[in-house]
Design a protein around this ligand. Sequence first.
Ligand code: COA
Length: 322
Amino acid sequence: MTFARIAGTGGYLPERVVTNKDLEEMVDTTDDWIRDRSGIKRRHIAAKGEKTSDLAVVAAERAIEAAGMDVSEVDLIIVATSTPDKVFPSTACIVQRRLGLRKIPAFDVNAACSGFIYALDVANRFISTGGARNALVIGSETMSRILDWTDRSTCVLFGDGAGAVLLRASNEAGIISTHIHSDGEFEELLHVPAGISSGYDTVQQEAAFIHMKGNEVFRKAVSTLGNIARETLSGNNIKQEDLAWLVPHQANLRIITAAAKKLELSMDQVIVTVDEHANTSSASIPLALDVAIRDGRIKRGELLLFEAFGAGFTWGSALVRY
Ligand code: COA
């Protein structure tokens, strides 16, 4: 059997850091409120003209370097994003050109904050069926571009960044299982109403920004993440105590803490970056993974659980032997 194994990871955060104190100058909020309700202390914001593909390319180069591979060995690129550079071509095609690659398949996946898990699921299917041997899976976002910087209920929660994973075909596990779900019923609880087929001329500027019913999203996220964790563990006959690390989507520290509690994991076994990165949507899991691999917490052979929840609603998980 062929598995997709994580050969290397990379991350990139834009240089500019915006603290909660900085936001106090912009909207009616306080550092205390943001820390208390979300766990966020600061976020990175892309420079003017810095695009999602720019972030993705650096993260990808770092993942390729960490894997000790030559870029020419990459034979599939999937970019998870809901903030692409352009309507088309896909951000993945732009990344492909910037990496100096030709002809290999490259495409985007949009599943909002669950995008990385969806992209990982697809790449895993490519590798396990012989369709690719070395797949770059990137989550990259410039969330700052779809934020209303006068809306305190959303602008304090998001940040920009990119994370990448290089998956390599191997006889050893690898990605053990992936689980993805969606329910379009909840479209309007978390959305950016503007879109291409809605017609630009009829769209108010505010429709181009994130609209969220935070409280309802929060409740749904907590219950759904509990269910997906149970589905993943029982589907693989794995017990909570077999897990070394939970690497969750980083939206809110209270959501992460509730997920850890349901899994009876100590917070020492949970990778948390939401304090430093805020919610970087599809970039948050690969960024958190990269941080914890590089600082030596996550070690080869350990069992990891990734889980995410986002607009759609979409949700998903992956059980991974690193
Ligand atoms: N600063 C100060 N006060 C704020 C604020 C801010 N930045 N944003 C909202 N408030 C106020 C609200 O206006 C409200 O005031 P009111 O009671 O006078 O009406 C009060 O704080 C409570 O708002 P509420 O939305 O009920 O707070 P909450 O405890 O639910 O926390 C979120 C808000 C957004 C942090 C939380 O709901 C959340 O994290 N939701 C999920 C978000 C998420 O994960 N989204 C992405 C999914 S991938």
